[in-house]
Write a protein that binds this ligand. Structure first.
Ligand SMILES: [Zn+2]
Length: 59
């Protein structure tokens, strides 16, 4: 049988993959790390930097 490994910490999990509550991650922590990486890459795009949070309402 193929061993399933957590893509974040690369820990081989015991038992069947469908026994993991957080598949394909070994734990909620690894799921959060993965999500953070994902969002981090989206936010890293520097081309559209907004100088202020709110639009200028003067005028
Ligand atoms: Zn993990």
């Amino acid at each position: 049988m193929k061993k399933t490994i957590c893509p974040i910490c690369e820990k081989a999990m015991p038992g069947q993959w469908n026994e993991w509550p957080e598949y394909p991650f070994c734990s909620k922590k690894c799921r959060t790390i993965d999500l953070g990486r994902w969002l981090g890459e989206n936010y890293r795009v520097p081309s559209q930097e907004t100088p202020s949070t709110f639009p200028d309402e003067e005028e």
